[in-house]
Design a protein around this ligand. Structure first.
Ligand code: NCD
Ligand code: ZN
Length: 344
């Protein structure tokens, strides 16, 4: 395959940060995608519709006029989220979901939900008003091995939420294991999952190859090769249940290369090309457009995009670094080759 044309995709899981850092990265996404679900884990987090709408305005004002891009906003669930806020979010044309971060699970999750019992009324309201629940699916207790956190979350929490709220639309975000793949396949159309490009392309060896590599560290952490293979199969062979969500999560170089390096991989600069690399490895592009451009809008109840994009088999080298406001950002696969080019 030398050229692929598909409906312009959307990114169903994206971290844009704020202010100058947001300005440094948002046009990378706007150059690729038509829309993106914007994660609310700012400091302080986006917990109200008012904050979400203000953040949306800041994003829109940072986008170059050459791009046509729509940020799809989300709320950050806390123990004190109100039902009224959920109702307003569901009524807003700009807010599309609320995100559950178990407290302590990942970057800026300290204000997250301490126990699922604290938000039962909120989940009930989300089901009633049909506002999708996006979950960071990792159990956080210290005695659970970091590589098992996703499976334990499914067994102890997700199964319970699903039983209690059968009509609630749930996106299991950035899944990383065959357990999550199996769980999502076993559910009806109310459950879907996003998969990142990096979880399709690297396994946990890449954290340690030739020395510790903080730029491959993200949460949920990359897993064994068998899980990567299960994700490739899920993305390419199960049309409709899984869709693209980059989880592109920029952190400055000094915050990554430090004694307590932040979790997050920056992939937005070449997200679509990276997904093409993954599907090429899977050896089957037949469901590529469904995964990239159709399954997400279908789940969220939005129309598919109208324009097309084209990928060409032409390799290029990823820069060693990018600028990130006053700082430096090391992109995913820095200095390595990507074999697909977008829009040529
Ligand atoms: C994300 C971030 O930096 O905001 N980090 C990451 O490793 N993915 C948070 C998240 O999605 O877990
Ligand atoms: Zn994320």
């Amino acid at each position: 395959m030398q050229e692929i044309t598909l409906i312009r995709p959307d990114d169903w899981h994206l971290h844009l940060r704020d202010h100058d850092q947001m300005k440094a990265v948002v046009n990378d996404t706007a150059a690729q995608f038509a829309r993106a679900i914007i994660m609310p884990n700012l400091v302080p987090p986006i917990t109200s519709c008012k904050q979400a709408l203000n953040y949306r305005q800041r994003i829109l004002s940072a986008i170059d006029s050459s791009h046509d891009f729509e940020p799809l906003m989300t709320l950050y669930l806390t123990d004190s989220m109100s039902i009224d806020e959920i109702k307003s979010a569901a009524e807003s044309q700009y807010i599309h979901a609320a995100k559950l971060y178990p407290a302590g699970a990942t970057t800026n999750s300290d204000a997250g939900v301490t126990h699922i019992d604290k938000i039962q009324h909120v989940l009930e309201a989300m089901q009633k008003y049909d506002l999708p629940l996006l979950v960071h699916g990792e159990a956080t207790a210290d005695n659970i091995d970091i590589f098992d956190r996703e499976k334990v979350f499914i067994d102890r929490t997700l199964t319970k939420i699903r039983q209690q709220y059968p009509e609630l639309r749930i996106v299991f975000e950035h899944i990383t294991t065959s357990d999550a793949v199996d769980y999502v396949i076993s559910q009806n159309s109310k459950t879907a999952a996003t998969i990142t490009a990096h979880h399709l392309l690297i396994n946990r060896n890449d954290l340690f190859k030739g020395g510790m590599n903080p730029h491959n560290y993200c949460l949920p952490v990359v897993k064994r090769e068998l899980h990567r293979v299960a994700l490739l199969k899920a993305a390419s062979q199960h049309p409709g249940k899984f869709f693209a969500g980059t989880d592109s999560a920029p952190h400055a170089q000094n915050a990554k290369e430090s004694a307590c390096g932040c979790a997050g991989i920056y992939s937005a600069f070449a997200a679509i090309e990276l997904y093409a690399e993954a599907f090429e490895q899977a050896g089957d592009f037949s469901n590529f457009e469904i995964f990239m451009s159709l399954a997400g809008p279908e789940f969220y109840g939005l129309p598919a995009n109208k324009e097309n994009i084209t990928l060409t088999k032409q390799s290029w080298t990823v820069p060693d670094s990018l600028t990130f406001a006053e700082q430096t950002l090391i992109p995913f696969k820095a200095g390595q080759t990507i074999s697909w080019t977008l829009g040529k």
